[in-house]
Design a protein around this ligand. Structure first.
Ligand code: MOS
Length: 698
């Protein structure tokens, strides 16, 4: 007899919780290794040019220094295709802070001190770091991140705007933002006769393995990447950056000892990617009935001369609202800056700030409530692809959120509520994120033991999101056993190949592979073993299949976010006592870790709206506020009540679990909800993030 067990959907405590609380969960830098040496990078102090002279004398003779690495003595890489990773291979410098050397020493302190003693002479060239929408050299990339087309269009936007009853033409900008996971990027590199072992803080052991094997000309089987616990990753740990390469170069140069490298907070601001600043022009046209006739979203953003990265900023606008005439475009300025890269909901996060701010402005111009305006422009099918949605519950989220938030008590007049010197306002915005199917898919092995236990093996990652727990829940349900009977093994490239924790696709991809393997295992148990596991046990391996529904449906999650803000009349200070989000993201696998992810996303959105801002000093070409004293990230004192809800959504098309992914959805729309609430409180429309008090003072 089989018992139907439903672990999915419960608020199971983190399986790795006790280990983490007790401090026994080893993060990359803490992995025990024999007789390690410590590495500290040497960084370029100019933005562009060449190294003309190197003096390592003082550094090399410092007691405790084992080696000083520069481009003159560093091992050669087998591939320099990825220019960001091709460090210490030439005398050329492409951005300020680029790694140009490294010191290996007996202690981290000696390595750091010696790195400061390395003298470099440069032939400096003028650098160009200014992002402007009127640059004559803006260009259209061949495609944008996520393999989306750069531009799309339908109908005639200009003609529709010329005849629209109501129009809006507004430009919004977002700041440069930096990934700052709690655990900084860290690597231990160990070369042995068998090859290379890496302990790395990474979102994907197999992705890192592929990159490193290629860079060093190794068979992937000779590279082992181990990463069982990761202290956060918002995209910066999805790909290998130069720090991993530097650690491997150092370990190969030194030979015989493991080399440990952890980036400082300051180094994080030049080495691990960042969210590009954006300049976004949005034009909307509507009839007197409040139905949109035209939507145009034209984005200007930056990339680096070293390597192209094009954020998909206008992509959500292709899906959100109906309008017969539409266009989206992306143009890049190529600058002497570190390469931008992905950061939690790349595209949706800045793009939806602009679109959802514009929708608020347009609702007001049309004399409509912003929720009613969105409902009026709800598309029956995906506006640009014409595909039906697998599920689309934006309207459900808007209505449920409005009810829970008390939206009907709102007086729409801006600047209509004052309490003790504070102007009080409320605002809302929509959220969305696509259902991404991990490229290449994931593979899982499940072993059935005679003892009634099941071991699930897959090279998945837990970056703090709850994979250890949620994937165990998926396995338990698929095997129809209790959670306690499942042993999960993840975070090691010797396990079956898995996609990275990225694009909010990790759990759904890994889970699908596990469900597939579990189904085959149960079938074999019945047909080959008559329901009894043989003494030697047996195992089954299966790969996530292609989704047959993928070409037939547009697949997205949605949400609605509500914010209450208080703006001090005299100081312009902004407080956010209340955020409320309602999401429709398919089935939520773990109610506790799922809630944490959405809450974390909203908190990061608040941080983006009000605090975070990488201030670029164009004289030197670097981020001036490159530490936590100056780059303010929201802390407990900045965050009031954050309520997270979700609708029960059954989506039979996305994957067997019906789970759409939630790592990114929560941050999308928060900044617009806050900006819209600030407008409601003050009558001031801030179109440039972050919303600092100077923008709210007369
Ligand atoms: Mo996430 S920015 O897709 O790692």
């Amino acid at each position: 007899m089989t018992v139907m067990i439903r672990a999915i959907g419960t608020a199971l405590d983190r399986i790795d919780g006790p280990e983490k609380v007790q401090g026994t969960a080893a993060y990359a830098f803490e992995q025990p290794v024999d007789h390690p040496a410590y590495l500290h990078p040497v960084q370029s102090t100019i933005a562009t040019g060449r190294i003309t002279g190197i003096d390592t004398g003082a550094a090399s003779t410092l007691p405790g220094v084992l080696a000083v690495l520069t481009h003159e003595n560093a091992p050669r890489l087998a591939s320099t295709d990825d220019a960001e990773l091709a460090i210490l291979q030439s005398d050329r410098i492409a951005f300020r802070g680029q790694f140009v050397g490294g010191v290996i020493a007996e202690t981290p302190e000696i390595a750091r001190h010696a790195a400061n003693l390395v003298r470099l002479d440069y032939a400096q060239r003028p650098h160009d770091t200014a992002l402007r929408a009127d640059r004559p050299d803006l260009y259209a990339p061949a495609q944008i991140n996520g393999y989306f087309p750069t531009d799309t269009g339908q109908g005639d936007v200009d003609a529709a705007l010329a005849t629209a009853a109501v129009t809006l033409d507004a430009t919004y900008t977002t700041a440069m933002y930096h990934n700052n996971p709690m655990e900084p990027h860290a690597t231990i590199a160990i070369w042995t006769a068998d090859g290379l072992t890496l302990y790395v803080a990474t979102q994907g052991v197999h992705s890192i393995r592929t990159t490193i094997a290629h860079s060093f000309g190794l068979d992937p089987d000779r590279v082992r990447v181990i990463s069982p616990h990761v202290g956060g990753g918002f995209g910066s740990k999805a790909y290998a950056h130069a720090d991993v390469i530097l650690a491997i170069l150092a370990a190969r140069h030194l030979t015989g000892r493991p080399v440990k490298l952890v980036l400082t907070r300051q180094q994080m601001f030049s080495q691990v990617g960042y969210r590009t600043p954006t300049i976004q022009r949005i034009r909307l046209g509507a009839g007197a009935d409040g139905r949109l006739t035209a939507i145009a979203h034209d984005v200007v953003e930056q990339t680096s001369k070293l390597k192209e990265f094009a954020e998909q900023t206008a992509v959500p606008t292709r899906t959100m609202y109906a309008a017969p005439n539409r266009r989206t475009s992306h143009r890049l300025a190529t600058l002497d800056v570190p390469p931008p890269n992905i950061m939690r909901a790349p595209g949706e996060t800045p793009g939806m700030y602009a679109l959802e701010s514009a929708m608020d402005e347009m609702a007001i111009a049309c004399g409509l409530d912003p929720i009613e305006f969105r409902i009026r422009n709800e598309p029956p099918v995906d506006p640009e692809s014409g595909l039906p949605f697998s599920t689309r519950n934006l309207v459900g989220c808007l209505r449920d959120g409005a009810r829970r938030f008390g939206w009907d008590r709102r007086d729409p007049t801006p600047r209509s509520r004052r309490e003790d010197g504070w102007l009080v306002g409320t605002g809302m915005a929509a959220s969305t994120y696509p259902v991404v199917q991990g490229l290449g898919g994931s593979t899982a092995t499940i072993r059935a033991g005679r003892d009634g236990r099941y071991t699930v093996l897959i090279g998945a990652a837990d970056i703090g999101t709850g994979t250890w727990t949620a994937l165990t829940q998926i396995a338990a349900d698929a095997l129809q056993v209790a959670v306690a009977d499942v042993d999960l093994r993840i975070g090691d490239s010797t396990l079956p190949t898995a996609i990275s924790a990225g694009g909010s696709a990790g759990l759904s991809s890994w889970g699908w592979a596990v469900v597939e393997a579990a189904g085959q295992l149960r079938l074999r148990l019945e047909t080959e073993y008559a329901g009894t596991v043989p003494p030697e046990g047996f195992e089954v391996t299966a790969t996530q299949p292609d989704n047959p529904y993928r070409p037939r449906f547009a697949m997205h999650s949605f949400g609605a976010q509500f914010a209450e803000v208080r703006v001090h009349e005299d100081t312009g200070q902004v407080r956010v006592p209340r955020l409320l989000g309602v999401f429709a993201a398919g089935r939520i696998v773990n109610a506790k870790t799922g809630r944490s992810q959405l809450l974390g996303g909203m908190t990061m959105g608040l941080s983006m709206a009000l605090h975070e801002d990488s201030v670029f000093d164009h004289r030197f070409g670097h981020v001036a506020n490159h530490d936590f004293a100056e780059y303010h990230i929201a802390t407990n004192a900045d965050v009031g009540s954050v309520e997270v809800h979700w609708l029960p959504e059954e989506d039979p098309y996305v994957n067997p679990m019906g789970a759409k992914g939630i790592g990114e959805l929560g941050i999308v729309g928060t900044a617009a909800a806050i900006a819209n609430a600030v407008h409601h409180a003050t009558g001031i429309r801030v179109r440039d993030l972050p919303i600092t008090l100077d923008k709210l003072l007369p």
